[in-house]
Design a binder for this molecule. Structure first.
Ligand SMILES: Cc1ncc(COP(=O)(O)O)c(C=O)c1O
Length: 307
């Protein structure tokens, strides 16, 4: 944990050391806990931090609480106000990663406890990965992605990330640095914390929303900006494993991963095995948007300080 002064608990700014929960809370015992990861980008020229697509993240948070049958679902306004208040209290003026949690915290509560629902927020400095030549060498995992009819990847439930962990740890033990999971039916799903886009014959392709993926805000952003920026649409469909080996470019997209090129998959180089032209162009557009380098899509950025 980095050294931020404050965290937010139940909508109040508190010293970070005081943000504690009961060890026997269902959030700990049963992972009755949902979350969001949101990035704030510092724009030096405008002396402002922009939170990217905050409302969309908070709406997904409410959907996660609904699916988990939490007794209370915080409003978008309440969550937004608490996040803004926290960042302002810390006075952070650099790239920031916001983690927002909603969890059931009845001391020694049952697996089926639905409340009280509490909210915790951490906002810690974390630089964006930025553009450039770094890329991932991926394995296709032997662990299958959890399925929508067992533990739905469509929501950000903390428990889901143990499926991601198993796959990612195995890949690391095998000498890769990232991983792509397949659905139980053997179609390409997503990475442990990001969606996948591949490019074939110049066409961007991404697994459909029924491929046991999170409904990613970044994925949606790319689907919206591809036609206006690159004059072509992203195709959403089932993707076969061997198509990964046929792709001329591939990248992960997500709030945390941003636009992360994939250089090899199962040791097959993707295209030339280096940063591809389209991936580079997507990075450029994405980073310009999230940082607010122009007024383009201003509706996607929430200013933290000035307004
Ligand atoms: C499993 C998974 N898939 C995809 C994503 C990308 O989603 P988003 O673009 O909304 O951050 C994330 C990150 O939150 C994730 O955890």
């Amino acid at each position: 944990m980095s050294d931020v002064k404050y965290m937010s608990l139940d909508g109040k700014v508190v010293p970070a050391a005081d943000a504690r929960i009961h060890i026997l809370s269902p959030a700990v015992k049963y992972a009755t806990n949902v979350f969001e990861g949101i990035r704030g980008y510092w724009n030096q020229a405008r002396n402002e931090m922009f939170l990217f697509r905050l409302t969309e993240h908070l709406e997904r948070m409410r959907f996660s609480m609904k699916v988990m049958r939490f007794a209370e679902r915080f409003t978008v306004e309440r969550m937004r106000d608490a996040i803004l208040e926290l960042i302002r209290a810390n006075g952070t003026r650099e790239d920031t990663y916001v983690r927002l949690y909603a969890f059931v915290d009845e001391p020694d509560g049952e697996m089926t406890a639905t409340g009280p629902v509490r909210m915790a927020i951490a906002a810690t400095p974390r630089g964006g990965r930025g553009r450039g030549n770094k890329g991932a060498h991926c394995a296709v995992s032997s662990w299958a992605r959890i399925a929508d009819h067992s533990l739905p990847p469509r929501i950000k439930c903390v428990a889901n990330y143990n499926n991601s962990r198993l796959a990612w740890m195995q890949a690391k033990a095998d000498g890769y640095d990232n991983v792509i999971l397949l659905t139980a039916a053997g179609k390409v799903s997503e990475g442990p914390g990001a969606c996948v886009v591949l490019v074939r014959d110049g066409v961007p392709i991404t697994p459909s929303l029924t491929s046991d993926i999170l409904e990613s805000v970044t994925r949606r952003t790319l689907i919206e900006i591809f036609p206006e920026t690159f004059d072509r649409a992203v195709v959403e469909r089932d993707v076969g494993r061997s198509e990964l080996y046929a792709a001329e470019e591939a990248f992960f997209c997500g709030t945390g991963h941003e636009i992360l090129p994939i250089f090899s998959i199962d040791r097959h180089p993707v295209g030339s095995g280096e940063l591809g032209h389209l991936t580079m162009a997507v990075q450029k557009r994405y980073f310009s948007l999230v940082r607010g380098e122009s007024d383009d899509h201003a509706e996607w950025r929430t200013p933290v300080y000035g307004g």
